[in-house]
Design a binder for this molecule. Structure first.
Ligand code: MF3
Ligand code: CO
Ligand code: CO
Length: 270
């Protein structure tokens, strides 16, 4: 399968799926507090997606080749967990940082987005890591336009994160998205400017950098899903689903409750 180009009604369907995914995070936000379990957040998200949105939580039973079916409806990755953390009965505590990653399927189309949450009072390092990762994602997003190459996006994100003293996870990347959860292309969050695929209007993919406070290396947990930092340093991630327009980009995973945009982001649709 090569990179699909979405047009007209397909883009509209992706706009709806993207907004719904973001609205799930808006809905969860007031619940992300000390004492709540990630399992409780998972149930809230599952019920909201299925009963209010009339959509399907894409992670539930998702089983790419070589994986056991994912058992929950969202991913919750805490502290040194990089991604694909599985909701469980452990309460969040003040000082934790947690990534909540939501993917919904609406009318057959996928919207995929994640945010970081600082639970209660976070350390200076934890807050800085979340902020730098947020800015790294947006620095990548604003490069999106026809003619930009995927290597330009990866290089921008890597340079920004490493200048802040952090490292970029190499093993997981952004991805094309549409009627399938993970499509071509792979969107690396590191690399060389001027290399790899040239962007064309109608491409839709995610940008979802995973940034570690320590070294970039990862370890997979025995549950077959959860990825952690090998050195147990903190890790953060933010994710958007982005459309390449004729002149720039449109972020599909925004909603009313979305946090303020960085000041270098002028508009979301150009
Ligand atoms: N939402 C993740 C991504 O951004 C993928 C999660 S796969 C799951 O690509 F099965 F763990 F949910
Ligand atoms: Co994704
Ligand atoms: Co995701």
């Amino acid at each position: 399968m090569s990179i699909t180009i979405k047009t007209g009604a397909e883009v509209d369907a992706m706009r709806l799926a993207g907004r719904l995914a973001s609205e799930v995070l808006d809905y969860l936000t007031p619940h992300v507090k000390p004492g709540v379990t990630t399992e409780a957040l998972d149930k809230l998200a599952h019920d909201y997606i299925t009963q209010v949105q009339g959509a399907v939580p894409a992670p539930l039973n998702y089983a790419p080749p070589g994986y056991t079916p994912y058992p929950k409806s969202i991913c919750t990755s805490i502290n040194h967990q990089i991604c694909h953390g599985i909701p469980n009965d452990r309460p969040l505590k003040s000082g934790d940082i947690v990534n909540i990653d939501v993917t919904v399927i609406k009318d057959g189309w996928h919207g995929d987005t994640s945010r970081m949450f600082v639970v209660g009072e976070g350390s200076i390092l934890a807050k800085r890591l979340c902020q730098v990762t947020y800015e790294a994602m947006w620095r990548g997003i604003v490069k999106v336009k026809p003619g930009t190459r995927l290597g330009d996006i990866g290089n921008t994100i890597q340079t920004f994160a490493e200048n802040a003293g952090f490292s970029v996870v190499h093993e997981f990347c952004g991805h094309g998205i549409g009627q399938r959860f993970h499509e071509e292309p792979q969107v690396l969050h590191y690399g060389r400017a001027g290399t790899l695929e040239e962007l064309k209007p109608g491409m839709i993919f995610t940008i979802e950098p995973m940034i570690n406070a320590g070294k970039r290396h990862i370890r997979e947990m025995p549950d077959g899903w959860t990825i952690v930092t090998k050195d147990r340093s903190l890790s953060a991630q933010w994710e958007h689903t982005v459309l390449v327009t004729e002149t720039g980009y449109e972020v599909l995973t925004l909603s009313e409750g979305y946090p303020p945009l960085p000041d270098f982001v002028t508009a979301t649709a150009t």
